[in-house]
Design a protein around this ligand. Structure first.
Ligand code: NDP
Length: 328
């Protein structure tokens, strides 16, 4: 089967030459193992951080190994009594058409009410990220204003919809008129600011007449600074991502004095370190999606060969919704 390995670490922006497609034989299964055919790969911004050999929350991706990543697929052979051929599962098999697992990190999926791909998005890691940052860090009270950057994306789209359901004013920030129209008209945010239109500071002031109580930060840099300047006393910030700086260009935060003046609290978090809360979050998210109360959108690239370009595109904002690669 085919797999995509990390060929070299990026110098600045990721380029296709950082990846290499390989063909490897399907291994014979040992007792306790299962063979999985992946249907969808998840492409996520965190992979960009793992491509680099720097101090972070997790060890870097090894050169010459299959690119890491979440996957959903189907068991095609099983020597593990907990899994049968045909079971749909989510796992971390990486950028590959197939993979072998001992079952430890596999979870069976129910696809009667939810499409398989949703488990990589709104009813998966990105959805739980949104749920965690909003409910555990921002802890909003009804009537408050919450701002979320990268609002049309996998995480941001869920943040705003959950915020609206909790009686909050949800303000999105996204790149381009098309994404902003979707965020307001389809996702139901109160307003969405197109940061590429060039009036971020003035537009944010207009969109937040009562100031900002909570920020769900996905981007960093200028967008984050603009939010800091609008914070209300005792505002809370969930520092989820700083994608504007992932390609090596630092994203300085200038407005640090806002923390003192407004007595702000900011907490960074890594969603995979809060597994105890995943069942609660996934139950809420799964019910909302299955009943049509939580919408999501996907950008789907076809075939493993397309993964590098799709990944590079996501880092440049060319995705519109959760970025996936379809294999089957
Ligand atoms: P998205 O689906 O939102 O895709 C990334 C989006 O980021 C792009 O579409 C683009 O949207 C925006 N973007 C990219 N570059 C820039 C830039 N220079 N300036 C402004 N916006 C930019 O990805 P996810 O929803 O999967 O992830 C969103 C964030 O959440 C990321 O920062 C990610 O690292 C973080 N994250 C953190 C987790 C955690 O545990 N802490 C877990 C999961 C995700 P646009 O066109 O609108 O600019």
């Amino acid at each position: 089967y085919k797999r995509m390995v990390l060929a070299s670490r990026p110098q600045g922006e990721v380029v296709p030459a950082n990846f290499r497609l390989e063909e490897i034989p399907v291994p014979a299964l040992k007792d306790g193992e299962v063979l999985i055919r992946n249907h969808f790969l998840s492409l996520d911004p965190y992979m960009r951080m793992r491509m680099e050999d720097v101090k972070s929350y997790a060890a870097p991706q090894a050169i010459g190994e299959t690119m890491i990543g979440g996957t959903v697929g189907e068991i095609v052979e099983s020597k593990n009594p907990k899994f049968a051929t045909g079971d749909k599962v989510i796992g971390m098999l990486g950028w590959a058409e197939m993979g072998v697992s001992d079952g430890a990190l596999l979870r069976k999926l129910d696809t009667r009410n939810l499409p398989l791909s949703a488990y990589l998005g709104a009813v998966g890691m990105p959805g739980v990220t949104a749920w965690y940052g909003l409910t555990q860090i921002i802890q909003p009270k009804e009537g408050e204003t919450v701002v979320v950057s990268a609002a049309s994306g996998a995480v941001g789209s869920v943040v705003g919809q959950l915020a609206r359901q909790r009686g909050l004013r949800a303000v999105g920030i996204a790149g381009g008129a098309e994404k902003c129209a979707y965020v307001v008209n389809e996702l139901g945010f109160d307003v969405c600011i197109d940061y590429k239109a060039g009036n971020l500071v003035a537009d944010l002031a207009k969109a937040t007449p009562n100031g900002i109580d909570g920020v769900f930060e996905n981007v960093g840099g200028e967008i984050f600074d603009a939010c800091l300047a609008r914070m209300n006393p005792f505002g809370r910030i969930a520092l989820c991502g700083m994608i504007a700086g992932y390609e090596g260009n630092p994203t300085p935060i200038n407005n640090v004095s806002a923390f003192l003046k407004m007595r702000l609290t900011m907490r960074g978090f890594i969603v995979s370190e809060h597994m105890d809360l995943w069942p609660q979050a996934l139950t809420e998210l799964g019910t909302l999606v299955a009943t049509g109360k939580l919408k999501f959108r996907e950008s789907v690239a076809q075939g493993l060969e397309a993964a590098p370009d799709a990944f590079i595109g996501m880092l440049k904002g060319r995705n519109f919704g959760k970025q996936l690669v379809k294999l089957v």
